[in-house]
Design a protein around this ligand. Structure first.
Ligand SMILES: NC(=O)NCCC[C@H](N)C(=O)O
Length: 258
């Protein structure tokens, strides 16, 4: 049954200590981060999404990036095993939240690692980025979890950014969008649309042709508007300093069985 729930997680007091891998660290203002997060959740609600908060994990600076803790396919939640050890305690409360919403649960087990940010679903095709936080065993377990449900899992290399979805996401028609210098192999995707800014690679499909995007990608937003979409811009500057993007601040649950 279609559902319109977006799982989110409030940033904690230690958010400024979040991991930084591919960019220089710059100071994060926790109050501004919280305000940006509030505005992000308001935007989701304004566009028809019911936001549900996972219990905060105040000891985990990166917990706000809730997308990394779980991957949904239909009604099934695959609980991740984050590639960064400091992020592993994040998953318990996310599991409790999705179970509370009626999802059934599978888990990535050691020695597998998988971050939700490495998984891009386009219909029943599931791309998984390999090379950063997700290892080959994590890919194997993703395949074992979702292929029996009808998914076709394709592993693609990721070496230039943190996660696959830091490099590419997809428009409602399935066209993959990405900032070419940061995409390892654009030719692996059947339809690829280059965008002029890194943050232009990140779209969250709000429904009805609306694309939630970072305010830091105005030229990409213009490009998408020219393709007949409606960009909805939010300022997530404090999270961008931690290599976060619009996609990683929520997990949409679209097919819960009531
Ligand atoms: N899916 C995502 O792009 N998540 C962003 C995670 C950022 C966090 N600072 C991390 O390094 O894990």
């Amino acid at each position: 049954m279609p559902s319109s729930i977006a799982l989110v997680r409030r940033p904690g007091p230690r958010v400024a200590e979040g991991l930084v891998t591919h960019i220089e660290r710059s100071p994060v203002d926790p109050d501004r981060a919280l305000a940006q997060w509030e505005a992000y959740t308001v935007t989701l609600r304004e566009h028809g999404w019911q936001t549900v908060e996972a219990e905060p994990a105040d000891d985990c600076p990166d917990a706000v990036f809730v997308e990394d803790a779980v991957v949904m396919f239909g009604n099934v939640a695959l609980i991740a095993r984050p590639g960064a050890a400091s992020r592993r305690p994040e998953t318990d409360a996310v599991e409790a939240a999705v179970v509370g919403l009626g999802a059934s649960v599978k888990r990535v087990r050691e020695p597998g690692t998988l971050d939700g940010g490495d998984v891009l679903k386009i219909g029943s095709t599931v791309y998984v980025g390999q090379g950063g936080r997700t290892n080959a065993e994590g890919v194997r377990q993703l395949r074992a979890a979702f292929e029996p449900l009808g998914a076709r899992v394709t592993a693609v290399p990721v070496s230039r950014v943190l996660h696959l979805k830091s490099a590419v996401t997809a428009l409602p028609d399935g066209t993959v969008v990405g900032h070419e210098p940061l995409v390892d192999r654009p030719s692996l995707f059947p339809r690829f649309q280059p965008v002029p800014e890194e943050a232009g690679s990140h779209v969250v499909l709000l429904g009805g042709g609306k694309l939630l995007m970072a305010a830091s990608a105005p030229r990409s937003a213009e490009l998408f508007a020219g393709l007949g979409y409606e960009p909805v811009l939010v300022d997530i500057g404090e999270f961008e300093k931690l290599e976060g993007c619009v996609t990683c601040l929520s997990v949409r649950l679209r097919e819960l069985h009531a």
